[in-house]
Design a protein around this ligand. Structure first.
Ligand SMILES: [Zn+2]
Length: 351
């Protein structure tokens, strides 16, 4: 691992807008316009990485060959739908490979110390994509592919994936649930799409304990998210000692998001970023990569990205420890998750 700089690596490209579905589909190119309106304000802080498509051998570290064929075949008869939610246009195969390859390169650049942190502003998103098929707006699992590249090409031994998208990242969990070297931690609305992510899903076989699900009831906002990160994710991360942190960064827990029912604000996302950044600074020399997942309100995408970028540039102090009122939703989830993981991460529940 080389020396770090203060420059933030950025993946963005007009081609990420070429993946487009039926009119009115929430996973739409305009999402990136909203994010770009924020990134444009901070150009001197970024180094843009040249995007490139993922190769078959990289995709096959996570996905089956049949999966690759499903995506390329769907694009050849586009426009079409792979499932009720997941569309494919003629450019989608190429764009999805570009998102995956660029996310891999960004993670490797951060691991190398070429850039201190990274932001991948990519589409389509990835965390629902399973080993054996696309799902839920997702074609290839960008974050899972980056993890495998870090393990294979950079010999990174312990990686924390924090998935704060409002939906559970079923595909990422399934990719690593039997691996002790990847801690998958997810905060998500529950029960909700895609149905997985109960607190009791804690990993299997050698990976038992290295899956940390924090299922939250609808209506949770900044206090619950910050509290869950401070009292569950942070102590687990400190015990796990990752060498790198990847964030599956959805902004669909935002209060104005049309698909979900959470109440996170822009400043809330800033506090969440500060907690994760501090963990990265304390545990892994700052090595931290944010990869865009969901987020369907343009206001939420703008507010979330502005808060995240401001945190990375200005590095304010992380928020003070959140109170946990007895009988609250936060107290209930902390109790449930701490009980499941008592044998894996004894300090859970403390700030
Ligand atoms: Zn989502």
């Amino acid at each position: 691992m080389g020396a770090t700089t203060d420059i933030i690596g950025l993946v963005e490209d007009p081609r990420f807008r070429d993946h487009r579905g039926p009119d009115g589909h929430p996973e739409r190119p305009a999402r990136l316009d909203a994010i770009d309106s924020v990134l444009a304000l901070h150009r001197p802080n970024f180094r843009v990485l040249e995007p490139r498509p993922a190769e078959d051998d990289e995709l096959l570290r996570v996905h089956t060959r049949e999966h690759l064929e499903v995506v390329s075949e769907a694009a050849s008869r586009a426009p079409t739908q792979i499932d009720a939610d997941t569309y494919v246009c003629a450019q989608s195969h190429e764009v999805a490979r570009l998102a995956a390859g660029s996310t891999i390169d960004l993670a490797l650049a951060v691991a190398d110390g070429q850039v201190r942190q990274g932001i991948a502003s990519v589409r389509p998103p990835g965390h629902h994509a399973e080993a054996q098929g696309p799902m839920g707006f997702c074609l290839f699992n960008n974050v899972a592919l980056a993890v495998r590249a870090l393990e294979t090409e950079h010999r990174v031994e312990r990686i924390l994936v924090l998935d704060w998208d409002v939906h559970h990242g079923n595909g990422t969990q399934h990719s690593f649930e039997n691996s002790p070297s990847v801690l998958y931690a997810s905060t998500h609305q529950f029960p909700f799409y895609p149905g997985t992510g109960a607190a009791t899903e804690a990993g299997i076989e050698r990976g038992l304990g290295a899956t940390l699900n924090v299922p939250l009831p609808p209506g949770c906002g900044d206090e619950e998210y910050v509290g869950a990160l401070q009292r569950l994710v942070a102590p687990a991360a400190r015990a796990f000692q990752p060498q790198m942190i990847l964030v599956s960064c959805g902004f669909d827990a935002h209060a104005e998001d049309p698909l979900a029912s959470m109440q996170v604000t822009g400043p809330g996302f800033g506090h969440m970023s500060a907690i994760v950044r501090e963990l990265a600074e304390d545990l892994c020399d700052g090595r931290l990569v944010f990869v865009l997942e969901g987020g369907y309100a343009e206001s939420g995408l703008r507010a979330g990205m502005q808060a995240l970028v401001s945190d990375l540039i200005d590095r304010p102090l992380p928020p003070p420890a959140t109170e946990v009122p007895p009988g609250s939703a936060l107290a209930s989830v902390i109790g449930a998750v701490s009980e499941v993981h008592a044998g894996h991460f004894p300090g859970l529940g403390q700030a």
